[in-house]
Design a binder for this molecule. Structure first.
Ligand code: NCD
Length: 305
């Protein structure tokens, strides 16, 4: 089945059928990986434009492309690119569209991805625009939930930490909202609550949620997704200092609970390392799932010229 979109700017652009098709294809890609990859993207080039730090996202996009026989060209950091010389995002897209068959871009400004997509002549993927959205992370998160629990429906999913600036979980909550859920529990201090647009999206899709400050309320959920307090988004450093160690999950908090623990990584102090050895600590598997999910997405999108 084809995808309903040409560019992927926000997880809110996805249809339920898109998510189902991508998750199914990602399972196929796991098989492709087991047999050593294939050549279906031979001759195709991904331009990976990362104007903000990235480890997992860039490397897993690159690995995904390589596993399918494609290649990658990269721009790293605004300092090293023409954006530094005052080139507009639109001009960069017009130019890069002539070098590549698909573009993935990470940029520090919220809304930059929507601007880029209007000028891209090839399919465009938002790999994170400021504190706004990170749709491919949302997809791999829901794939991970499915892998861990055998379903991504009718669940209680708790998300804790920096819900205001955490672009990954804006995407994850939006993808989850396309399916019936029992409840979402949003755990944060009042100043870092989930943005209204994401809450509206859940309401439109009939997914109920509640907001609390207590991490303990997430311990009994099916999934507890911890997030990093996004230091780079705070204009006032004392504000960041106030929240940076607010939620710290340790093995003692979890005891024998089966709650699936997720995190987009990198982590700071929000998950103690003594959680890592628990069978329900899913965050490193989550990072691994980035490869088959991005393989699926790239191969499904690159044909859409
Ligand atoms: C996240 C990001 O860049 O938004 N990392 C990722 O893509 N896996 C999360 C973060 O930086 O906290």
């Amino acid at each position: 089945m084809g995808l309903s979109f040409r560019h992927l700017v926000s997880a809110k652009d996805l249809q339920r059928q898109d998510v189902e098709a991508i998750l199914k294809e990602a399972e196929e890609m796991e098989k492709v990986l087991k047999t050593g990859g294939d050549e279906r993207l031979k001759g195709k080039i991904l331009a990976a434009l990362f104007y903000e730090p990235s480890t997992r996202t860039r490397l897993s996009f690159e690995a995904a492309m390589h596993h399918l026989g494609g290649s990658v060209i990269t721009a790293n950091g605004i300092e090293n690119s023409s954006l530094k010389k005052g080139e507009s995002i639109e001009d960069t897209m017009r130019m890069v569209s002539q070098y590549a068959d698909i573009i993935a871009m990470r940029h520090p400004e919220q809304g930059s991805a929507a601007i880029a997509a209007t000028a891209a002549a090839v399919p465009f993927i938002n790999a994170g625009d400021g504190g706004n959205q990170h749709p491919t992370q949302g997809l791999l998160d829901v794939f991970t939930i499915h892998r861990e629990l055998g379903t991504h429906e009718n669940l209680t999913v708790a998300i804790a930490g920096d819900l205001l600036y955490g672009r990954t979980i804006h995407a994850t909550a939006s993808v989850l909202a396309l399916f019936p859920q029992r409840e979402c529990i949003f755990i944060s201090p009042p100043a870092l609550r989930m943005p209204q647009d994401v809450k509206d999206f859940l309401k439109e899709h009939g997914v109920s949620f509640r907001e609390t400050e207590a991490l303990a309320e997430g311990l009994e959920a099916d999934v507890l997704y911890m997030t990093r307090i996004q230091s780079e988004r705070f204009s006032d450093v004392t504000e960041y200092e106030r929240y940076k160690n607010l939620y710290q999950l340790s093995a003692r908090d979890l005891q024998a609970r089966k709650t699936v623990i997720m995190h987009a990584l990198p982590r700071n102090t929000e998950i103690a390392t003594d959680v890592d050895g628990l069978p329900n600590a899913a965050y490193f598997r989550q990072a691994g799932n980035a490869v088959p999910v991005r393989m699926a997405l790239l191969s499904m999108m690159v044909g859409k010229m």
